[in-house]
Design a protein around this ligand. Structure first.
Ligand code: PMV
Length: 308
């Protein structure tokens, strides 16, 4: 039997702008998904026959990587689905790393690349931000140019992404899930319409890119005030792009009283916010007062873990 786990993630800076070639920063967080895989008589997930409809990421991982005997798979996830915390990347990376271990082909780069393939096949489109962050752990900078601490390059349909390790200080974060399931494809399409027709939207995207680059320095310097300030600025620009929601705004307003910075994380329209704070309990309460579900989290230094 092989046991494998992978963390969840939050995007700290640069969502949406990354679609247009601007950099983005994501970090792994200490909520994990675990899978246990053993050879068996039939392909099953949690005791039920594997089905395309319910187990899309697991099924596509097996179709891409497994040519052997039937597998019995058990899963456990602490990551809420469609919350912007990367639940699909987390289950994909856990499954892919277990399968690559069984194939004697396990390496960090291989896990990141194959997991991206699975997300791409399953979702129709994806950037490698989530899968690479969940694979590597700690922090990841995604950009269209190679910089210091380069990890690997991922290419799809003529688009190249360069993934880099980012030094991340210990961050006390609280995530507020609105309970409204985010629809990434819809929000990306909404921003794309704005981007195409409005030069102001294009300026906003460029400005988000600048904020992300400033955040790399602020993170390196462990300058929490500046990181928070940049998060607030990034949030204002995301709001201008039209990806906020009254419930996200209410959580942000409440959490701001106790935070260095608060912003929408991920595609928005629903999904989650992330707050950087020294007062995690107070922020959690403030988020729940606004009707959200709070998760007190920290950075996970570990990406995927496989125990053979
Ligand atoms: O909501 P999430 O976690 O799927 O994040 C989407 C991030 C976007 O930049 C909006 C899209 C992408 O693929 O990078």
């Amino acid at each position: 039997m092989v046991l494998a786990s992978a963390p969840a993630k939050v995007i700290l800076f640069g969502e949406h702008a990354v679609v247009y070639g601007e950099p983005a920063i994501a970090v792994a967080i200490n909520l994990r998904t675990t899978v246990a895989i053993a050879k068996g008589k039939n392909f099953t997930v949690n005791g039920r026959p594997i089905e395309d409809k319910f187990h899309r990421y697991i099924k596509n991982s097996i179709d891409l990587l497994w040519r052997g005997d039937p597998l019995e798979i058990m899963t456990y996830s602490a990551v809420p689905s469609s919350s912007g915390m990367g639940s699909s990347a987390s289950i994909t990376v856990a499954t892919v790393s277990a399968l690559l271990h069984l194939n004697n082909a396990l390496s960090e780069e291989n896990v990141a690349k194959k997991s991206f393939e699975v997300e791409y096949i399953t979702q129709g489109s994806a950037s490698p931000t989530d899968t690479s962050t969940v694979t590597h752990g700690s922090g990841v900078l995604v950009s269209r140019k190679m910089n210091e601490n380069f990890l690997w390059k991922i290419e799809k349909n003529g688009v190249k992404w360069y993934l880099h390790h980012l030094n991340i200080p210990s961050l006390k974060l609280v995530i507020g899930f609105s309970g409204i399931k985010g629809n990434t494809a819809m929000m990306v399409a909404k921003v794309r319409r704005f981007y195409r027709w409005n030069s102001f939207a294009r300026d906003v995207i460029k400005e988000i890119g600048k904020i992300t680059l400033s955040a790399v320095d602020a993170l390196n310097n462990e300058d929490y005030e500046t990181i928070g300030d940049l998060m607030n600025r990034n949030n204002r620009l995301l709001t201008i792009l039209g990806v906020s929601h009254p419930k996200l705004r209410a959580m942000i307003q409440n959490a701001s009283k106790y935070s260095y910075g608060v912003k929408i994380t991920g595609a928005g329209g629903g999904g989650s916010i992330v707050a950087l704070t020294d007062e995690q309990e107070e922020v959690a309460k403030a988020i729940e007062d606004a009707g959200g579900v709070a998760y007190i989290v920290e950075i996970s230094r570990k990406g995927f873990i496989v125990e053979g």
